[in-house]
Design a protein around this ligand. Structure first.
Ligand code: HEC
Ligand SMILES: [Cu+2]
Length: 354
């Protein structure tokens, strides 16, 4: 009896050590990567779903993660320890022709009972977490519509004359619940901002709902989490949680149409854009009204382009336009063949879309 008690204490201690080690490993990976990937996604890579939750829709999920991990570690260890004991504690030799063997069956009953209770408990706890995060604590302060495309995200704000569209970037006011209506334009994707909420699928023909809330200002990385084809891994986005005033300034700036091109070069660039890009892209305030690609009215205001793949600098932008298929092979924009003069004109036009 004493031996068993000592053994179970030892197993518990080892389980706890495993969980702590796992946590340390996550923290280490998190630090290492955020330094080396500074250029791509500051403070948000990797997704850190085992480390931080920054809002009420994510806190219960993080707690669930760790409790389940602890239980799983404990079960693995307990089984390993019992196996080892079984290997070393042989029974007395028996007559090999004997038909009956005694003892040991009670372990089956005890094991089944413990597993049943544990699994039922976990099931109930999971349902409680689901209920806890199903609805926001109060009426959402804002509703946005996010539509998933192969392989980027369209974000729509407001309707009627105040409506505007952006891509791969979700701005929200801090400290209030925001309702995200989720749609898909093609296949099944899934919306996930680990620090702000659990995962929700986007399904063609269905409008799903997920609420998010950030307790503090910050940038939170999101990722498509349902395999959707070749560039699924490059289908990220960022959520910017901002104080109300800053958020409203951003909205006002985004609502404005693009200014008319002001230099001769930019006018040439605008014409080129209409001929070569307008079939897919929209620039409000110009005749370009394509719908199958990101709205570029304020493309320069975005930190990243191509669904989190490229940092948005003037050089990277023109490199993207001309070498899309090298940067994001298979994506639904073709490489644009431009002469150096055309690239200069287009660049001058795009530079005003901020
Ligand atoms: C056949 C349709 C098509 C044409 C034509 C096209 N694009 Fe695109 N473009 C796309 C798609 C689709 C994406 C999204 C790619 C992704 O992220 O996977 C995109 C993305 C972009 C982006 C990144 C936007 C962001 O916020 O992530 C820029 C900039 C861009 N295109 C510029 C241009 C320019 C300039 C032209 C014309 C020279 C052009 N595109 C022509 C389909 C097109
Ligand atoms: Cu995907």
């Amino acid at each position: 009896m004493i031996a068993i008690r000592r053994l179970s204490a030892w197993t518990c201690r080892l389980g706890a050590t495993c969980v702590v080690a796992l946590y340390a490993l996550c923290a280490w990976a998190d630090n290492g990567t955020s330094e080396s990937q500074e250029a791509v996604a500051h403070e948000s890579a990797p997704l850190a779903y085992f480390l931080r939750s920054k809002g009420p829709a994510a806190h219960p999920v993080l707690r669930l993660d760790w409790i389940l991990t602890a239980i799983c570690c404990f079960v693995c260890l307990a089984i390993a320890v019992m196996l080892i004991i079984a290997m070393f504690r042989r029974r007395k030799q028996q007559d090999p022709r004997a038909l009956t063997s005694k003892g040991g069956v009670s372990f089956v009953y005890v094991g089944t009972a413990i597993s049943t209770v544990a699994l039922l408990g976990i099931g109930v706890y999971m349902l409680m977490v689901l209920a806890e995060v199903a609805d926001p604590p109060r009426t959402p302060a804002l509703t946005v519509t996010v539509t998933a495309y192969d392989w980027w995200w369209k974000v729509d704000y407001g309707d009627g004359p105040t409506h505007f569209t952006t891509a791969n970037e979700l701005h929200i006011p801090v400290g209030v619940p925001v309702l995200v209506q989720l749609k898909s334009a093609d296949v099944i994707h899934a919306f996930w901002v680990p620090e702000l909420s659990g995962k929700t699928q986007t399904i063609p023909g269905v409008v799903n709902r997920q609420w998010i809330q950030a307790d503090r200002p910050g940038v939170f990385r999101g990722q498509c989490t349902q395999y959707c084809g070749l560039q699924h891994a490059h289908m990220a986005f960022e959520v910017y949680a901002e104080p109300q005033a800053e958020f409203e300034r951003w909205m006002t700036a985004q609502r404005a149409p693009a200014p008319a091109p002001s230099t001769v070069q930019a006018v040439r660039g605008a014409k080129l854009f209409e001929e070569r890009c307008a079939g897919c892209h929209t620039v409000r305030g110009s005749p370009a009204a394509g719908v199958q690609a990101p709205d570029l009215t304020h493309v320069l205001s975005r930190r990243l382009i191509a669904a989190g793949t490229v940092v948005n600098t003037p050089d990277n932008l023109m490199n993207w336009v001309q070498h899309v298929q090298e940067i994001k092979p298979g994506t639904l924009m073709p490489d644009m063949k431009l002469t150096p003069a055309e690239a200069g004109d287009l660049s001058a036009y795009l530079a005003a879309l901020r």
